[in-house]
Write a protein that binds this ligand. Structure first.
Ligand code: ATP
Length: 366
């Protein structure tokens, strides 16, 4: 899981201790982040966690309550948006309806010359090609699909050749299928230009699909910043474990330790998990197991039989290639994914190495 761009790529953008308060509300709480040149970096989190305010702060639309923002090592904290060399696309940053597509893109050149010494017309042609709308420059926005309109908005933001592209939920007005298509196109445009991009979304699946790195935000600050794989496989907090993808979170006390293997008491059950971190007997551990790593079988015991316990099927959602089944397990609900329909009582188990610890609490034991 090599980071892209490489770890020695220069830092394009840096936030140091950035805070933004509105009266009593702290929208952004002491955020420090560094984004590399050419990186596709996503801020993801639930509504109100401060994603948009962070992005607006980077763009220069907010006066910070504290902290510093640097572009390529230069302090831009007090610099207004037009002095920052950023292109911004907002969720409902509508195109001008009575201008053609070409005129809309050219509007991005109103206050800046195109890069590379080309004419405005040449730049518009280049951008139409980039967003795959060659020959559609004379259309008006209402003759385009929602996805095409957002690509034009991106082209308008890119017209002056900014160093950094900022995208705030650019797909949220589109239906699911269009979003999936557009996110591939956005990713393609980004990698073709190699432009440093900060992307805001509340959609965790979109964040995983599109990004080089993801910052999962909660209550004004990132809880974890890592590659999509790392975030999914090794969430560092319970919040990240539950926000990104489906997960089953367990809490239990360590009863015994043998090398990497811990035996835990989870409710009335005894479960074995493999540890990647230091724990002591008596610690309370929070760990998670992804639904795809829970094995279910009717009656005979779950595959290898490890950590096998009984549960009963509560409900099932047919999702096409899999079915997401909600199980009633002693003390909590569990989610599993299975290709087969399930009902009644089942045996559910998981391999000890598929458990991932998100928190260790020593207070109970000390
Ligand atoms: P969403 O996904 O719903 O857009 P978000 O993660 O982008 O949410 P922000 O819009 O950054 O969150 O808002 C963070 C917090 O700051 C919220 O509690 C919000 O109500 C508050 N907030 C944002 N803008 C303002 C403002 N102009 N005045 C007062 N409070 C604000």
């Amino acid at each position: 899981d090599q980071p892209r761009p490489s770890a020695d790529a220069p830092i394009a953008l840096e936030l140091e201790g950035v805070s933004k308060r509105y009266g009593e509300t702290t929208a952004v709480d002491d955020v420090s982040l560094a984004v590399r040149e050419g990186e596709f970096f996503t801020l993801v989190g639930p509504s109100g966690c401060g994603k948009t305010t962070t992005l607006r702060s980077i763009a220069g639309f907010e006066t910070l309550s504290g902290g510093t923002i640097r572009f390529g090592g230069t302090d831009v904290t007090g610099v207004p948006p037009e002095g920052r060399d950023v292109g911004v696309v907002f969720q409902n940053y509508a195109l001008f309806p009575h201008m053609t597509v070409a005129e809309n893109i050219a509007y991005g050149l109103k206050f800046a010359d195109p890069p590379g010494g080309v004419s405005d017309d040449q730049r518009v042609t280049e951008l139409l090609e980039l967003i795959d709308l060659e020959g559609m420059g004379d259309r008006e926005p209402d003759q385009l699909s929602g996805g095409q309109q957002q690509r034009v908005a991106i082209a308008r933001a890119l017209a002056p050749g900014p160093d950094v592209l900022l995208l705030d939920e650019p797909m949220s007005a589109l239906d699911a299928r269009l979003r999936e298509r557009l996110r591939l196109q956005v990713k393609e445009i980004q990698s073709e230009l190699g432009i440093t991009t900060i992307y805001v979304t509340h959609d965790q699946e979109e964040a995983l699909a599109i990004s080089d790195r993801v910052a999962v935000m909660n209550a004004g600050a990132p809880e974890q910043v890592a590659t999509p794989r790392e975030i999914y496989r090794r969430p560092e907090t319970r919040f990240v474990a539950e926000f990104i993808g489906d997960n089953n979170v367990f809490e239990g006390a360590v009863r015994s330790l043998e090398g990497e293997r811990a035996t835990l008491e989870v409710g009335a059950e005894t479960l074995a998990i493999d540890l990647e971190c230091e724990v002591e007997t008596g610690d309370t551990i929070t760990f998670c197991v992804r639904p795809e790593n829970l094995q279910v079988g009717a009656g005979r015991g779950a595959s290898s039989g490890e950590n096998a316990t009984t549960a009963s099927v509560e409900s099932a959602e047919f999702l096409g290639e899999t079915t997401r089944v909600h199980l009633e397990w002693p003390g909590q609900e569990l989610l599993v994914r299975t290709p087969d329909p399930l009902s009644g009582d089942v045996v559910v188990g998981f391999a000890p190495e598929d458990a991932h610890v998100v928190a260790v609490d020593r207070t109970a034991s000390s």
